[in-house]
Each structure stands twice: as structure tokens, then as C-alpha cells.
Design a binder for this molecule. Structure first.
Ligand SMILES: [Zn+2]
Length: 444
């Protein structure tokens, strides 16, 4: 179906994968890369995206003078240089590893950040149908009814529509044809059933898929007879991330209301997690919800994000051990590790200072530390777990009312860590020496 490129009126053909990459909201692209600027310009002219270009430095860049001092060379963080920052003497924090980076003297690169315009997507699709001689009627947000020569069908934008419109029974009854804007791993997000009609917006833009043809075949589709009730045909977990003025401070108010948050089943009942440490020290975690694979998130070695994830996984694992133990010794109690212990592990020096101040009656330091910890959790939830397709609620969203006595653990039904002997461990190049992170206390 897919042709690798589409001809432009003037100039080189553009790669469909480049277009697909650019249709990811919030994504960063090297502005100078061949084909990218051209494809972006085309998408801007279609009203599908807007772009903003800014200068960035890489946290880790072998060309930079600070390279030899960097301890965590696996960090992929990029730090945006604000236009008005004429004096960078204060340093900036890497959004990935929290390292303080001094941009002066570091190699700069121009990066383009994409903002997908949902209204533009709607206008583009409606325009295409009208050009094809079809009059679309919008019946729900992001759902249009269309009459085709072979009958009625519905055009649905899977990224933005309501969850009821990605249910299998609805799709079958309404002859739906889905268009996916952010097409990252969309193959795994649709039910693998041949009657389902869907395409990527990139393929539509590049002309390798025709919406009118697809709607026509959706109208004539005969779904397999056993329609189970309300199974989602499309896992909407990977909602596009929202573009922010600065990647370090996402502006959540910009989120369009049409995008409903995914409703997840309670992870404590329905989600199982797997975790591992690879040879290069990366901490990995993947989850399954109700037996279906959600996704995988990785945390670079020696980062505070990795540390936090290791700690909550370890905590959950300890709970499981205690649970087992209770079968033999029912009276043995298990105490959940408190937030204070996490703070002491993650910010050891600051926590010592905060405790000292608190003992003198000054809680400001502790409050600031709690705030920092909350934003660390919120970062992992929104920038790591959600984009990976993992239920963010496996990490508790710490509210203002949470105190240093709040217990903290990975909120899943079960966690297990990859064993050196398991085939998956080999795939993930798990380091047998580091496998025992979760077992360290048991051995101690
Ligand atoms: Zn970094």
C-alpha cells in the first residue's frame, strides 16, 4: 500500500516516514536535516502543523569540552537555549538526567519542534472528502458520516475521538475508517483483525492512501461474525504529547479539550510490570494491562528518574515477598517505605539539610524538596510512561496533601524482574551482574 515517497510540484519527493515523524505533536527534529525542512514546509502549507525553531545543546556531546566530565554518557537529553538568555553563566538543567549543564562552549544545533494543529487536521480531511465529491457530516467530535457508492461509513480520527468510537462493536456497526495522526507504533495499537480499516495521516498526505477509497471499502466491510462487546480496536494510550513553549516546562493549559484522557483499569488489579537493568546500566520497565502489552520505558543510568523507578519497583517486590511470608507467619507485618526514605535516597544531601532545618522549626527546605519530588514523579508520568503507552497511575500522583509519611510503591498487581536465563533477558541484553538490584537487601 505505502509508497515510499510522494512527488512535490517542484523539487525532490518527500519521504512518507519523514512526514509521519513530523506528524507527532511535540516532536523535535534537526532543522537542517535533508528533507525535513521541505516536508515540514509542506505540512505547514496544508495547515496540519506549526513549527518553532530554537537552539539546543546536547547534554552529552563528544565534541564538547565538558564531555570528559560527564558521568552518565548515555543521557540523550537536549537542553533548549532560550533566545533571551544572553548570559548562560548560571547553567541549565538537563530535562532527562537533571545534570547542571553550562551551554557556553557547547556545540549548538538548531532543532525544530512540531505542534500538530487538530483543527487543521479536521479541515484537511474535510477538504479531501469534498474534493473527492463527498459531503462529510460531522456526527460527533472527530467522527464524520460519509455516503460512499457502497453505502454509509464513518471517518474517525483515532487520536482525538471519544473512547466509545474506538470500540470494536461500534467500529463494526458503523463501518468505521480510522485515520491516525501520530502513527508511532500504530500497528500494535489496532486490533490485528483484517476487516478493520485504518491508515496513517502521513499516507493520506503523501497520496499512498486515499480516504475516499478506504471509506468505500469500510462501507462494504463485513466484520467477522463474533463481535465481542466493547473491545477497543485502537489503544488510545499514546495520546500525542502537548507542545510547550519550553520543553522543560510543559504548559498543560494548551491541551485541547477534545482529547479525552485515556481511562485505564485500576493498575493494582489489572497491570503487571517487568523490570530489568541492561549492561549499560539502563533501567527498563514494561507493563501488560489485562494481558495486553502496553509498552516499555527506559531510564538512563545514574539518573534520578532511574533511581526512583528502581526504588518503587524494589518496594513492590518487597511487598510481594512479605505477602508470601505472611502465609507462613501471619503475624509478620509489613511497613510500606515512606516518602521520607525515598527523599533520603534520591536527594541525600538536600534531605539531611532539610531535616536539620525542620528540627529547628524551619520546614521551607523540606517543602521545596517535596515539590521537587512531585515534579520528578509528574515528569516520569507524563514524559516517560504515557508516551510509552504505560498507565501513568503505576506511579502515584502525589497530591499537595501528601507528606513525608506517605507510603510509596509501584502500583501494580505484580512486578517481576527479568532473570538472566529468560530469553527476554538476552534480547534486552540484561546484565546478569546487575540483575540483582532488586535482591540487594535480601542478600545483605
Ligand atoms: Zn542529561
Amino acid at each position: 500500500m505505502a509508497s515510499p515517497s510522494f512527488p512535490q510540484k517542484n523539487g525532490e519527493p518527500l519521504a512518507v516516514e519523514t512526514v509521519a515523524g513530523l506528524l507527532r505533536n511535540g516532536s523535535l527534529h534537526e532543522a537542517g536535516r535533508a528533507g525535513v525542512a521541505q516536508a515540514a514546509q509542506h505540512l505547514v502549507s496544508l495547515g496540519l502543523i506549526e513549527t518553532a525553531t530554537a537552539e539546543y545543546v546536547r547534554c552529552v556531546d563528544h565534541r564538547d569540552p565538558d564531555y570528559r566530565y560527564v558521568r552518565n554518557r548515555s543521557c540523550r537529553g537536549r537542553i533548549r537555549i532560550e533566545d533571551d538568555a544572553d548570559d548562560d553563566g548560571d547553567g541549565l538543567y538537563c530535562p532527562e538526567c537533571d545534570r547542571k549543564v553550562y551551554p557556553r562552549g557547547k556545540t549548538r544545533c538548531r532543532m525544530m519542534q512540531v505542534e500538530v494543529k487538530p483543527d487543521g487536521v479536521a479541515a484537511f480531511l474535510e477538504g479531501l472528502l469534498k474534493d473527492g465529491g463527498v459531503e462529510p457530516k460531522q456526527v460527533y467530535p472527530w467522527v464524520w458520516r460519509v455516503d460512499t457508492p457502497r453505502g454509509e461509513a464513518r471517518l474517525v480520527v483515532a487520536d482525538y475521538c471519544g473512547l466509545e468510537h474506538v470500540c470494536r462493536d461500534w467500529a463494526a456497526a458503523n463501518r468505521a475508517c480510522y485515520v491516525v495522526v501520530d502513527a508511532a507504533s500504530c500497528k500494535t495499537r489496532f486490533l490485528p483483525e483484517s476487516w478493520l480499516v485504518w491508515t496513517r495521516l502521513a499516507d493520506v498526505v503523501c497520496g499512498s492512501a486515499s480516504v475516499t477509497d478506504l471509506l468505500s471499502s469500510a462501507a462494504a466491510t463485513v466484520p467477522t461474525s463474533q463481535v465481542r462487546a466493547s473491545v477497543p480496536v485502537y489503544s488510545a494510550t499514546v495520546r500525542p504529547v502537548v507542545l510547550s513553549a519550553s520543553p522543560q516546562e510543559p504548559d498543560h493549559t494548551e491541551q485541547p479539550q477534545q482529547r479525552p484522557g485515556k481511562t485505564w483499569p485500576d493498575p493494582l488489579l489489572h497491570t503487571v510490570a517487568k523490570c530489568w537493568t541492561t549492561k549499560d546500566g539502563t533501567f527498563g520497565l514494561s507493563t501488560k494491562t489485562q494481558g495486553r502489552y502496553d509498552g516499555k520505558a527506559e531510564f538512563a543510568r545514574d539518573t534520578i528518574q532511574a533511581k526512583l523507578m528502581q526504588l518503587v519497583c524494589y518496594q513492590k517486590w518487597q511487598e510481594q515477598l512479605a505477602e508470601k511470608e505472611r502465609e507462613r507467619q501471619p503475624r509478620r507485618s509489613f511497613e510500606m517505605t515512606k516518602l521520607a526514605d525515598f527523599l533520603a535516597e534520591i536527594y541525600p544531601d538536600d534531605m539531611v539539610a532539610a531535616r536539620r532545618d525542620a528540627a529547628r522549626g524551619d520546614a521551607a527546605c523540606l517543602k521545596a524538596l517535596l515539590k521537587r519530588f512531585r515534579s520528578l514523579i509528574s515528569d516520569i508520568r507524563t514524559k516517560k510512561l504515557e508516551p510509552a503507552g504505560i498507565n501513568p497511575d503505576i506511579l502515584p500522583a502525589l497530591g499537595i496533601e501528601s507528606s513525608i509519611d506517605t507510603g510509596l510503591s509501584l502500583r501494580v498487581a505484580h512486578v517481576h524482574y527479568l532473570d538472566a536465563n529468560s530469553p527476554e533477558a538476552q534480547e534486552a541484553s540484561v546484565d546478569p551482574a546487575k540483575l540483582d538490584y532488586l535482591r540487594r537487601d535480601e542478600l545483605a
